[in-house]
Design a protein around this ligand. Structure first.
Ligand code: HDD
Length: 714
């Protein structure tokens, strides 16, 4: 727990519901001490088990009912406790108390997730990541249920079940798990031009983060802030990771999925256990109501961003995760978020996607958690005592005194009574609305390509390359040629070069679609509004490229130290000290899981053996100095392992540092062939080797040299 943090009311509340089994005797659920947990009660040593055995029955019955339905989306997730500390009062814009008063601290629980996969699926799937925050405020729970991408696939909640059915495993054979690379997803997407902006994000490396701690978060929709005078502002929420936004490459993601499917979960857990608390700046883009129509897109359209060049992000506080849950199921699994959990001073807009969400989240908890009393589960409880006349239901826990469960009443003195607004009573924003009841899309929503273009234009060359490759990978898995062709037609509306590059690799001709909705007739009900190709007003936005992110920290980066008997202890100690003082984590990889004896007798306990890990699980590699140790690495049992390890790190643009007398290893790798300048391959003769290694790790990867490192450009 962060020592600088003040009292955390949520953690105090959870203590009352937390059990510690140390030094305790085993009991039944009724508290009866058990004296034999090995054998059931039988009619004689070799006789049948007796129905009377209430201890066996209780144990097995509870076990039989341990599972609950997983979340219909976002089933795979990891969570942590933390605190939000306000650095800038938002009092001018909102009455929300947790956003007013500098230095104010609010306990939070955050859950990150992938969307498509099941609870047990791999962390490194190409997918959107959920980023849901529950603020336990003095005015009740406020939930910000966002993603790591600032836009969404669809504009109206009416299409959500279709989208999810399309991306989930196909219903006949339940294939594929946690992947969008299949027919039904691309069939749907190719017919939904409104998803094109989101598809650019999903095909970018944002969809395969290096760490949950290194991704941005967005509230996606425009929400409203309302101040004490009743003046409203549109607000967009942003979370910017202090460690910067970094990703892995797709071939790595695939390999990590086999090597460590819990890669993100483990990384989050270990960082918090090691005291490297993940942090994000919370920022807001504020737009006065009267400026609503200043943009060439609709603020209510969730497929659009507000470029930061038009409305800068104001940083208002820091979110820090500083404590792992005690129990995954009780906390991370049972937490229930809802975009409709509001506090006074924050309200919705008419974004039709948000409006639909307001129904879905309570509804889904009823089947997932099984009762309308899910708010009483400890992790979901508000730190404010709940007072109302809702009663009973499955698993009710609160004991509410008295005869009265209705309002108005005189028997209970009128209590609990309504709160005036000045006493914190919530009142919805009095937005003026008029219009005929209509089931249609607003024309102001019909521009599906300009921001997709803006995103693509804003990417660096390596980012564009990765995006093209992602599309090629995904569309290669599509088995129906018409879907591929239609998708290429869509890409052609975004960028001709992109469409051509993908088409060439798929052996498809770029077909010009008569109409963006593909094969669906233009006058088909509900699809009559067709987006035309439209250029974005602004050509590029810096914030959209990961190239412009934080690149001067090595905190919590994991460095593989390749050590074998006889390696030089002095140089290891020196670089290890420098790395650890910057917050990096050193992990020893040895030929076997046998302690390594360095030249001065120091013993290093390996965390991995070369055959049990892979360089995709590390940020950088250090090959320790030593002639004898290098010879060991070159023995037939280890040579392939170590050479693959280094070649792969090289291909994935990582920092690699070769110590003295490691030439026989270096000469066996592809790195030996390199003819270009490469700041992230550091050799022993470099006098500033340690410093250059640290600099290269901080800059994450040399993506600019990817073609050279892969022998494509020499
Ligand atoms: Fe959703 C879960 C984020 C649109 C219906 N959603 C869920 C979670 C996140 C999001 C992060 C996981 C929360 C957790 O960790 O427990 N969802 C979003 C974002 C959206 C979005 C950023 C668009 C901007 N969602 C959306 C729509 C609907 C839903 C349009 C339905 C109309 N979402 C759900 C759900 C889930 C859910 C079915 C599944 C589990 C849960 O709610 O608690 O109700």
């Amino acid at each position: 727990m962060d020592k600088n943090s003040k009292k955390n009311e949520k953690l105090d509340q959870l203590k009352d519901h937390t059990t510690d089994n140390s030094n305790e005797k085993l009991t039944t659920n009724q508290g009866l001490k058990i004296n034999n947990n090995q054998d059931s009660l039988k009619s004689g040593e070799r006789g049948g088990t007796l129905l009377e055995d209430f201890i066996l029955r209780e144990k097995i019955t509870h076990f039989d009912h341990e599972r609950i339905p997983e979340r219909i989306v976002h089933a795979r997730g990891s969570g942590a406790h933390g605190v939000f500390k306000l650095s800038k009062s938002m009092e001018k814009y909102t009455q929300a108390k947790f956003l007013s008063g500098i230095g104010k601290e609010t306990p939070v629980f955050v859950r990150f997730s992938t969307v498509a996969g099941s609870r047990g699926s791999t962390d490194l799937a190409r997918d959107v990541r959920g980023f849901a925050i529950k603020f336990y405020t003095e005015e009740g729970n406020y939930d910000l249920v966002g993603n790591n991408m600032p836009v969404f696939f669809i504009q109206d909640a009416m299409k959500f079940p279709d989208l999810v059915h399309a991306v989930k495993p196909e219903p006949d054979n339940e294939i594929p798990q946690a992947a969008s690379a299949h027919d039904t997803f691309w069939d749907f997407i190719s017919l939904m031009p409104e998803s094109m902006h989101m598809i650019m994000w999903l095909m970018s490396d944002r969809a395969i983060p290096r760490s949950l701690r290194m991704m941005e978060g967005f509230g996606v929709h425009s929400f409203r802030f309302i101040n004490s005078e009743g003046t409203a502002f549109f607000v967009k929420f942003h979370l910017k990771p202090k460690l910067g936004v970094h990703s892995v490459a797709w071939p790595e993601a695939q390999k990590i999925s086999g090597n460590d499917p819990d890669f993100h979960r483990r990384d989050l857990w270990e960082a918090i256990e090691n005291g490297a608390f993940p942090e994000w700046d919370l920022g807001v883009q504020l737009i006065p109501e009267e400026n609503e129509n200043d943009f060439d897109f609709d603020l209510l359209d969730p497929t659009k961003i507000v470029p930061e060049e038009l409305v800068p992000v104001e940083i208002i506080g820091t979110l820090t995760l500083n404590r792992n849950p005690d129990n995954f199921f009780a906390e991370t699994e049972q937490i229930a978020f809802h975009p409709g959990h509001l506090v006074p001073g924050i309200d919705f807009t008419n974004d039709p996607l948000l409006q639909g969400r307001l129904f879905s989240y309570t509804d889904t908890q009823l089947s997932r958690l099984g009762s309308p009393n899910f708010h009483e589960i400890p992790i979901n409880r508000s730190i404010q005592t709940v007072h109302n006349n809702q009663r009973d239901g499955h698993m009710r826990q609160q004991i509410v005194k008295g005869k009265v469960s209705y309002e108005p009443n005189s028997i209970g003195g009128g209590c609990p009574y309504q709160a005036m607004m000045k006493d914190g009573g919530f009142a919805s924003y009095g937005e003026r609305v008029s219009g005929a009841k209509i089931r249609a899309r607003s024309e102001s929503f019909v521009d599906h390509y300009s921001q997709a273009k803006l995103f693509y234009n804003s990417q660096s060359e390596p980012e564009k390359r990765h995006l093209q490759k992602a599309l090629i990978f995904e569309l290669t898995k599509v088995t129906i040629p018409e879907i591929r062709e239609r998708m290429i037609g869509q890409l052609n509306f975004i960028n001709k070069d992109l469409a051509k590059k993908v088409a060439d690799k798929l052996g498809v001709k770029v077909k010009i679609l008569d109409q963006p909705n593909g094969s669906i007739p233009a006058d088909h009900d509900g699809l009559s509004l067709q987006s035309e190709e439209r250029e974005p007003k602004q050509k590029k936005s810096e914030a959209l490229s990961m190239e412009n992110t934080v690149k001067d920290l090595i905190k919590s980066r994991v460095i593989a130290f390749l050590l074998a008997d006889g390696c030089n202890a002095d140089s290891i100690k020196e670089i290890q000290k420098k790395l650890e003082s910057g917050g990096a984590v050193v992990q020893v990889v040895a030929p076997e899981m046998v302690p390594v004896k360095a030249d001065d007798g120091t013993s290093y306990t390996p965390k991995h053996s070369i055959s049990s890990t892979s360089s995709v699980c590390f940020d950088a590699v250090y090959v320790a100095s030593g002639e004898k140790s290098s010879e060991i690495w070159m023995m037939p049992d280890y040579k392939n392992g170590v050479v693959d390890f280094l070649n792969e790190a090289y291909r994935h643009c990582k920092a690699i540092y070769f110590g003295e007398n490691t030439e026989i290893i270096f000469n066996s790798t592809d790195i030996y062939q390199k003819k270009h300048e490469d700041p992230a391959v550091i050799l022993a003769e470099d006098k500033k080797g340690d410093e250059n290694f640290i600099k290269a790790i901080a800059s994450h990867r040399v993506w600019d040299l990817e073609l050279e490192r892969n022998g494509i450009k020499t």
